[in-house]
Design a protein around this ligand. Structure first.
Ligand SMILES: Nc1ncnc2c1ncn2[C@@H]1O[C@H](COP(=O)(O)OP(=O)(O)OP(=O)(O)O)[C@@H](O)[C@H]1O
Length: 256
């Protein structure tokens, strides 16, 4: 099986504090790979290590293909957009292109921009200021920006957090469509285990130096593992409550 990304014995420390240690896993090309775990477990740090924004103390990140041609799309966890930000959605999406702003785009880039806005159903938002969009519209614009160069790898850091259930499904369905149509490999962080169950092929569970990867059902059906990792109260054990019911799990609350 062709692996798009291989993480080998990754170790990241911040100011002497061990965040990731001896973390190894690989993701086959064209998969949707979920990363789950409690707040502060190091999920965002892992994505930043893949992006080269964080330098690991040990270990390596290898991405298949010519490094000069590899394109990575990234939607970070939080983006503060002021309501008065004087940029419209189309220009915002174009910032994901090499030429950056609409007046400087090549004919090819203009075509790609139009296609991606149609793909993400953001065409009708094109002229609207980014700060005036709803949460769901904004997330679709962020996704369009991350997809506009047709990335080989797409990294999503809780990009469905704070969206209503319909908007969450709409976002994830778009991501899945990109996987199907272009074969992009996706790593996504989520605290919503129902979305993970519906969309991930594989899951990495990560918590305080503990890691486990496996097929989505294998990981999510292991109630004891989930209780241990998310440190659910003892009285929940064997209570018959659905350990994946987001409204019952502390982890379903939006992260920091
Ligand atoms: N640049 C940094 N400098 C120092 N400490 C950092 C830095 N980035 C992250 N940390 C710390 O590393 C730990 C892991 O943070 P990270 O954001 O990766 O966790 P996470 O699993 O994504 O959490 P959450 O679910 O809350 O978003 C936290 O304790 C955080 O404070």
């Amino acid at each position: 099986m062709l692996h798009k990304i291989q993480i080998d014995k990754l170790e990241v420390n911040f100011h002497g504090e061990e965040i990731l240690k001896d973390l190894s896993f690989s993701v086959p090309a064209g998969q949707m790979f979920a990363i789950i775990g409690p707040n502060g477990a190091g999920k965002s740090t892992l994505l930043k290590s893949i992006l080269g924004l964080v330098r690991p103390q040990h270990g390596s990140v290898s991405i298949a293909g010519d490094p000069k041609k590899t394109v990575i799309g990234y939607v970070p966890q939080s983006r503060i957009i002021d309501e008065e930000t004087p940029i419209n959605a189309k220009d915002f999406v174009s910032l994901g292109l090499i030429s950056r702003m609409v007046p400087w785009l090549s004919r090819q880039e203009k075509k790609g921009l139009k296609e991606i806005m149609r793909f993400t159903d953001t065409e009708r938002l094109a002229k609207k200021p980014i700060g005036k969009l709803s949460g769901g519209e904004r997330q679709r614009v962020f996704l369009a920006q991350a997809l506009v160069r047709r990335p080989d790898l797409l990294l999503l850091d809780e990009s469905t957090a704070n969206l209503d259930p319909d908007a969450q499904v709409r976002m994830m369905a778009l991501v899945k469509k990109a996987v199907k149509e272009w074969g992009v490999t996706v790593l996504f962080i989520s605290h919503d285990l129902r979305l993970v169950r519906d969309y991930a092929d594989q899951v990495l569970i990560i918590a305080r130096g503990f890691y486990k990867t496996g097929a989505t059902e294998t990981i999510l059906d292991d109630a004891a593992l989930l209780k241990q990792v998310f440190e659910l109260p003892a009285e929940d054990a064997g209570s018959g409550r659905d350990p994946l019911n987001a409204s019952e799990m502390p982890l379903s609350a939006s992260s920091s």
